[in-house]
Design a protein around this ligand. Sequence first.
Ligand code: ADP
Length: 590
Amino acid sequence: MEHSEYLEKRNGLVAEAFEASDQPMMVIDPGGNIVLASDGAGVLLGVARADLVGVELKQFFLRPETLDQCREAWHSGTSENRTLEIINSQGKVRAVDARCLPFQAEPLVATKEEDEYKSHGLLLLTDILSQQLEDEKRMMRLAKLSLLNQVSEALYGAHLTLDQILQAVLICITSGQGLGFNRAFLLLIDEGSLTLQGELAIGPSDAEEASRIWLDLADKQVDLFEMMTSYDQSIKTTDTAVNSIVRNMKISLDDSENLLIKSMVNRKVLHITKDVVRPGVDTIRQWLGAQEFALAPLMTRRGPLGVIVADNAISHADIGSLDLEFLHLFANQSAGAIENNRLYFELEKRLIDLRKAHEQQKEDQATLLRMERLSVMGETSAIVAHELRNPLVAIGGFARTLVRSLGKDDPNREFARIISDEVGRMERIIHDLLDFIRPRKQLRKSVVLDELVQETITGFQVEFSDQRIDVKLDLQSTETALNANPGEIQQVLQNFLVNAMQMMKGGGTLEIQTRVLEGGIKVSVLDSGPGFAQEFSEKLFSPFFSTKTTGSGLGLTICSQIIKSHGGVIGAENRDISGAEFFFILPLPK
Ligand code: ADP
């Protein structure tokens, strides 16, 4: 390529770039006429760029001397900024920042005389007003970005419940300091029903309510954080129009063509303007009662969580690109916080389960050890008891014969009686012990407890009258039957009765009650004895606990074993008046 050809091409490109620039700039010839103008200059002066060529610059200056000042500046080569007032083709006056520079016009601009092109000038203008607007926008953007950042950090940092986080997210989307949408709706994926379901919404019902809320907020001067954290009443339960809208929102996840489902699949923020026609749009418009809205999917690394739908149905303000950009940003942050919160609570739950399992395991191990020990002890006791029984019977027999054969005044008769009594006691212990370690037979049949109580009492009539014991029966379980081993239940009753009698030396009142409770029958034996010392209440049913000189301390333990093997409950408490109540509850068949 020839050098001149190259220069021509290069200058052509430079001129094109000059003309296409948004920055208002013009090349002015020494006579003050415009020889080249950029697109930006055309917009500023209200004239098409091409029509500016050849036009006198002077007509756009409010003050005629301005042109001379400009010329002076480019001749002297001082390139400082000065503020000028220009008047555009519509007669509007604007303040601009101007820089005037000398400009080598050749051969960018065709000129005839050599010295003429040297005295061309370049005028660079900046619209102060639009610059200010741009600056303000940038500042606002920055402020919002920093606020959103802080909000996101707050969402991550605080130990909020899921509901509180969702609420905070919606507040941030709708508050003026946040994204400033009128209303926001949150839909979350429900794994159970495989649907996308409306969960929570926020926003005024109508313009009147909106202005009331907005004025109220302006009055209170609350900041976003305060608003988010002081929202004590769940917005879910308030009866507002947005809540009834959000409750209706439900879409099957299979509806893959639906706009909401697609936005999650494509991970895209969508701006639905009045004229958009897409599957599912009409349903959403019907739900919202608004034509225009924006939606943003809540995405996490594990997949989508749901969608946020936001609109300006009250103020009808346009949804701008900045609004969408922020919605996108904030939706991503919120999704992260929601996911984080879910994971946190899942982890906490697992930890609790794990702890419980660990405790259970420890308990099981201890029970197993105890059972092993008891089983060894049981076997040993059975052997020892068997081995002792026969010699004891023999000793007892001899002792009783000895008592009978010794004369009343014989000092050895008292010793023989003591031996006989003590052997009798040992025999009872061995009898109870063998009963205690004997495996219980699961012989169950239908039993009416009132009848069983009557039968048991009959066997004690002689002893009751001998010991001056007054018996009161209050049997109210009527015909209610349950499954039990009647012999064993009778054994429990007998034990209660014998104990009660032993506690009422010199007579008293014995009361037996039966009651039908929810799911079981309660049988109580109440005496008018002294009751038991409170510190013994835990031990009464433990093996070998006895306060009697002749007791084995196994009676109540056997009772407890019998009742528990029936799936029942056994217990004792002191009565308000003097005496004790021993009771058991047996379950009714399900
Ligand atoms: P034993 O009768 O051989 O002592 P039990 O297991 O039947 O064994 O009773 C254990 C203890 O429970 C008794 O020694 C006594 O202290 C207490 N006890 C049982 N029944 C009553 C009652 N009706 N009033 C007060 N204490 C009682």
